[in-house]
Design a protein around this ligand. Sequence first.
Ligand SMILES: Cc1ncc(COP(=O)(O)O)c(C=O)c1O
Length: 400
Amino acid sequence: MESKSLATARRMRALEPSATLAMAARASAMTASGIDVIDLSVGEPDFPTPAHICRAAEEAIRAGKTKYTPAAGIPQLKKAVADDYSRRTGLAITPAQVVVSNGAKHSLHNVFTAVLDEGDEVIVPTPYWVSYAELIKLAGAKPVLLETRIEDDFKLHADALRAAVTPKTRMLLLCSPSNPTGVVYTAAELGALADVAIERDLAVVADEIYDQLVFDGRPSVSFPTLRPGLADRTVVVAGVSKTYSMTGWRIGWTIAPEPLSKAIGNLQSQETSNPCSVSQHAAVAALTGPQECVAEMLRAFEKRRDLVAGRLKAMSGVRIPEIGGAFYAFFDIREPLKRMAGKGIATSMQWSETLLEKHHVALVAGSAFGAEGFVRMSFAASEEKLSAGLDRIAAFLDAG
Ligand SMILES: Cc1ncc(COP(=O)(O)O)c(C=O)c1O
């Protein structure tokens, strides 16, 4: 008889694998078999990590900074995060409010685990970044998906938020600039949501991992700056992955009130101990070193945004919201899907799979982000690649 001794726990049964990573894996398997695939599925900058940051890591290794560090991060990095955030936002925060983790994804896991109880509800506006719902469920809580519309640029309105709050609602999750939509809320729009959070006593997790990738010279707005006292109910999640093209170094952080930071630090000390010591030293160099690399990458992303948005808007039946930041175009294919339904292509997943199989472009189906009828294209790729990818997408749409 087959043993059930290693059957997975109940909490694992509802867990979906990351759809973006799955799509990227499929694209790279096709590439390995010799097919010329244009992979626009992954959310990582295509630039190398700047040289001065790599040098800092090399120096850290040579200096023997290769041992355990304090679980919540080395003091220099916590101070660098606090100073950088305070300087950019005007909110004075202390190093004790910072916990450094193995990437912002880990930071989110820590917050949900440290704050949420069984049955608590977390309002997650859709389209949402793939890991939110799964991480909330892992913490035993319930993601309540609240639909936003492309007509509203995928922004959650205060009235819709107010109407969705129940006695079980504990937390609101916000992501601006957004993955997957690239939409950026204005200070006024976030302020209106902050008012509801205060009125209904909600905690807020502000995922600001793309905070420095805001286009058109617009300011980056950090959520807790919007109302007095808002910092007492907000956890800001950010990191070096996107800003400094450091996705593989795995350094992210939370900025939270001190008692919660202490709890998160305790949790981390039992679960993973410190994030990689060498990466932490590299992150100090990223935050305290020259920032021209950030401006350069921003300019490149903005140029690509113009290219991608212009081409997509010109495609028949395709709609996109205003892309104000990050590096994603989340476009509406509901019209093209109607035309293709007779060919057995009725969902965003079928559309993306056919695009990959027949035209060798990897995108991610909107259903992975809780928004059927849309697809996400990352424009963290060279202009040549993007142009070629857009040509193939246009050919696919024309053939439909
Ligand atoms: C919105 C959002 N939050 C968090 C993360 C996680 O970042 P990290 O790579 O630092 O774990 C990502 C990465 O794709 C993201 O897009």
